[in-house]
Design a protein around this ligand. Structure first.
Ligand code: HPA
Length: 266
């Protein structure tokens, strides 16, 4: 793979964006408005950045919003690319490596997800404590050096999780911790797959985030993941997920994510 990180860094510089940043923030479906927290934002469409994904999923913008929230410099990505767009699990490799090259040590990944627990209903937020990826797909397949053998214990950083829980408590937002089962998509799961997922110990399901976590852990970034629950998993408690539902619930509940992250950074 051609290394596009230097080109992306050079383009960002032309737009007036230079490191160091403390935090990277990836905003999933419907969660783009969280970037309104960013003060003095500099905005760059991904189309201007070599190796950044070209937006193709409705409900996602495709731009970088860089600036600060409180005392921290934050590099936010409004919208991400998914494995299911091109069958490339490493589609987010250049953005993740670019964030590392900008000095980012902490990466917060957000997504829309299905919930497998009745008491974590649509509209709730959940912290990702760990994940399950039994898909056979991994963004590091094809790398040849030992950096591919990434340890995945505490992949979701315990200190960041603690800090996010504290921010949630302060804001009065419930933040249960869940196990996120990655499905490659783009079709939603069948009810049988959801029952299997539940038996395996999952409490959240979704089609994003996990490849980014693996890419980021290879570079030693500290990672946190926060899901915005948009629906119950297929067949559970009446769950019959659709992209229209995902977009509309995420848009409504996005304010909660904004309040949580606003509190976290201040
Ligand atoms: N399954 C997979 N991905 C999702 C879901 C779901 O139920 N909801 C939002 N993204």
């Amino acid at each position: 793979m051609i290394n596009l990180v230097p080109d992306a860094i050079a383009s960002l510089k032309e737009w007036g964006i230079e490191g160091p940043f403390e935090y990277g923030l990836v905003l999933g479906t419907g969660l783009g408005p969280v970037a309104e927290l960013i003060e003095n934002p500099v905005i760059v469409p991904y189309a201007q950045l070599p190796g950044f994904p070209k937006g193709q999923v409705s409900g996602h913008s495709a731009r970088v919003v860089a600036g600060s929230i409180g005392k921290s410099r934050v590099f936010a990505m409004q919208g991400r690319a998914h494995y299911y767009e091109h069958g490339d699990a490493a589609i987010m490799r250049t953005p993740v490596e670019t964030m590392a090259a900008l000095g980012i040590k902490n990466l917060i990944l957000t997504n829309a997800a299905g919930s497998l627990l009745e008491d974590v209903p649509p509209g709730a937020l959940a912290l990702i404590g760990d994940h399950i990826n039994l898909s056979g797909v991994n963004p590091l397949i094809g790398l040849t050096d030992d950096s591919r053998f990434v340890p995945m214990v505490d992949a979701y950083d315990p200190d960041m999780r603690q800090a996010l829980r504290a921010a949630a408590a302060k804001a009065g937002i419930p933040l249960p911790e869940g196990i996120y089962h990655w499905f490659p998509g783009p079709s939603f799961e069948t009810p049988a797959e959801i029952r299997a997922s539940k038996l395996l110990g999952a409490t959240l399901v979704g089609m994003s985030t996990v490849p980014e976590v693996i890419l980021a852990r290879r570079l030693g970034l500290r990672v946190a993941g926060i899901s915005m629950v948009t629906n119950y998993g297929a067949g559970l408690f009446g769950g019959a997920p659709s992209h229209a539902e995902t977009k509309s619930v995420a848009a409504e509940a996005g304010e909660k994510m904004k309040a949580l992250l606003g509190g976290f950074f201040r």
